[in-house]
Design a protein around this ligand. Structure first.
Ligand SMILES: [Zn+2]
Length: 176
């Protein structure tokens, strides 16, 4: 559907998210993505890594001080919070019940989940509701030429894993 929410994420920010999630193994990592909304598309320009105070392989809590610092940066640079990201070290990039229960942002902030279940990693984006989720279109933008193009590796990975319609009205996973 053309009405589906879209996020544009530069390839270097996506790579840094993957790096962050690997650096935090065996625990989950978490962070924020900020930018601006233009023509209904969330254009990410900045990554703000957070500290996971839960230090757990199955959950994350955004540590308050790192959160405060991120909010300060976004205010100073006049950026909006567009998405929250976290990793699933051993499970698919699908929202868990915990993710839905702890979604404090409502539907205006999207959720990116990085799965390290497969060695190459996989990232998918979601809009969380109280009782389910919809997939958000994730466009990887070329970081060098600042034009739209899809990161080949990720595009192949994503096309192997799903059809283009994504998941609508998905049921949350029971375990994380
Ligand atoms: Zn999760």
């Amino acid at each position: 559907m053309s009405t589906r929410y879209q996020l544009h994420v530069p390839a270097d920010i996506l790579a840094a998210m993957l790096e962050h999630s690997r650096a935090e193994l065996p625990n989950e990592c978490c962070g924020l993505l900020a930018g601006r909304v233009a023509d209904g598309v969330g254009v990410v320009t900045k990554r703000l890594p957070l500290v996971n105070s839960a230090a757990s392989p199955t959950e994350y809590w955004s540590e308050p001080r790192s959160m405060l610092q991120a909010e300060k940066t976004m205010r100073a640079e006049q950026l909006d919070l567009l998405a929250v990201y976290h990793s699933h070290p051993t499970s698919p990039p699908i929202p868990s019940r915990t993710d839905l229960a702890r979604n404090f942002y409502g539907e205006s902030v999207q959720h990116l989940i990085i799965s390290l279940e497969k060695p190459q990693g996989e990232v998918r984006a979601w809009r969380l509701r109280e009782d389910g989720y919809d997939e958000v279109i994730l466009n990887v933008v070329d970081a060098d030429e600042s034009r739209m193009s899809r990161n080949r590796e990720l595009a192949t990975e994503m096309e192997n894993g799903k059809d283009n319609r994504g998941i609508e009205n998905g049921e949350p996973r029971t375990e994380n």
